[in-house]
Design a protein around this ligand. Structure first.
Ligand code: GRG
Length: 296
C-alpha cells in the first residue's frame, strides 16, 4: 500500500477542515489569528488526527463524522508545541521548520495563541455534539477521555515529570511515565476517539487500546532517537537539544541500540494488536511501521 500517499491525502482533508475553522488573518484581532495560523499552517505530520480518522474507518465509521474531533486533537497538540517552546519551558527557537511562535509574535501572544487553540478544541467538539449527529453520550465520553489525556492525568503530568527530571538520574519507570503521559496519552486518545466515534465494539476498542499504547510509546522513543540521529532539515528543528538540556531519554538511559530494539518490539506489539481486524487493519499496520522508521 502507498502509505505516504494515504498520509498525504488525510493531511489534506485535515488541513482543509482546519482552514475553515480558524478565522482568516484579516479578521479582527488580526495578530491573534495570525499567531494561531502561524504554527498550524503548513503544520506538521498531523499524525494524531490521521490516527483518529484511520481508527474511525477501520471500525466502519461513516463519512467524515470524525473530522471535527480529529481537528480538535490537532489543536491540542499544536497548543502544546507552542507552550512547550516558550522561554519558561524549553525555550526553543525553531519548530515545524520555522522560528517558534514566541520568536515571531512575542511570549504573550504565543501564550494566548496556544490558549485559544486549546479552548477552541473543546468548543469545536461541543459544537459538533450540539449539532446532534453523534450520540451525545458517546461524544461526552470522547471529550472526557481527551480532557484527561491532555490534562493533569496525561500530557501535563508527563511534562511536569519531564521538567523535574532534567539533569537528574532517573530510572526506567520514571522515563516510561514521562513518555507515556507527555506523548503517549494524546496518541492513545486519538486512536480511541476514532474507535468510539466509529462505533467500535468492546473487543475492537481493546485492540485499538493495545495498538495506541504501543505506538504512543514507540513514537516518543523514535523522537528521542531522532534527537540523536536526525537532522534539522528533515525534522524542522535542531537535533541534540535533549542532550544539551540533560533531558532523560531512551538513548541516554539505555543506549541507541537498545532504544531501537525496544521501539521495534513496541511496533511488533502494535501490529499484533491488529490481528482482530484482519485485512481491515492494513493501513494501521503500515502506520505503525512508519512510526518505527520515521525521519521527521
Ligand atoms: C502543555 C506545555 C505543554 C506540554 C505538554 C506535548 C508536550 C508536553 C510538549 C510538546 C513538545 C514535545 C517535544 C513533545 C513530545 C511529543 C512530540 C514527539 C511532539 C512532536 O510531535 P510530532 O512529531 O510533531 O507529531 P508535528 O510537528 O509533526 O505535529
Amino acid at each position: 500500500m502507498d502509505i505516504a500517499g494515504y498520509l498525504q491525502g488525510k493531511k489534506r482533508i485535515i488541513d482543509g477542515a482546519l482552514e475553515k475553522i480558524i478565522p482568516k488573518e484579516t479578521d479582527f484581532p488580526q495578530t491573534l489569528h495570525r499567531a494561531m495560523r502561524y504554527t498550524l499552517f503548513p503544520g506538521g505530520k498531523r499524525i494524531r488526527p490521521i490516527l483518529a480518522m484511520t481508527a474511525y474507518e477501520v471500525v466502519g465509521g461513516k463519512e467524515n463524522g470524525i473530522v471535527p474531533y480529529a481537528c480538535a486533537l490537532e489543536f491540542i497538540h499544536t497548543y502544546s508545541l507552542i507552550h512547550d517552546d516558550l522561554p519558561a519551558l524549553d525555550n526553543d527557537d525553531s519548530r515545524r521548520g520555522r522560528p517558534t511562535s514566541h520568536r515571531v509574535f512575542g511570549e504573550g501572544m504565543a501564550t494566548l495563541a496556544g490558549d485559544a487553540l486549546l479552548t477552541e478544541a473543546f468548543h469545536l467538539m461541543t459544537r459538533e455534539t450540539l449539532r446532534g449527529e453523534v450520540d451525545p453520550r458517546v461524544a461526552m465520553e470522547v471529550i472526557d477521555e481527551i480532557s484527561k489525556a491532555a490534562g493533569f492525568t496525561g500530557m501535563i503530568a508527563g511534562q511536569v515529570v519531564d521538567i523535574e527530571s532534567e539533569g537528574k538520574k532517573v530510572e526506567l519507570p520514571v522515563l516510561e511515565f514521562i513518555h507515556t503521559h507527555k506523548t503517549g496519552s494524546l496518541i492513545l486518545a486519538s486512536v480511541r476517539t476514532g474507535g468510539r466515534l466509529g462505533g467500535a465494539s468492546d473487543v475492537e476498542m481493546e485492540s485499538l487500546t493495545r495498538y495506541g499504547k504501543a505506538i504512543g510509546l514507540a513514537f516518543q522513543i523514535t523522537d528521542d532517537i531522532l534527537d540523536v540521529e536526525g537532522s534539522r532539515a528533515s525534522m524542522g528543528r535542531a537535533p541534540g537539544v535533549d542532550k544539551a538540556r540533560n533531558k532523560i531519554t531512551y538513548p541516554a538511559l539505555l543506549g541507541l541500540e537498545e532504544s531501537k530494539r525496544r521501539c521495534n518490539e513496541l511496533i511488533g506489539q502494535a501490529v499484533a494488536a491488529l490481528e482482530l481486524f484482519g485485512a481491515r487493519g492494513e493501513t494501521f499496520r503500515e502506520i505503525a511501521l512508519y512510526i518505527g522508521k520515521r525521519r521527521s
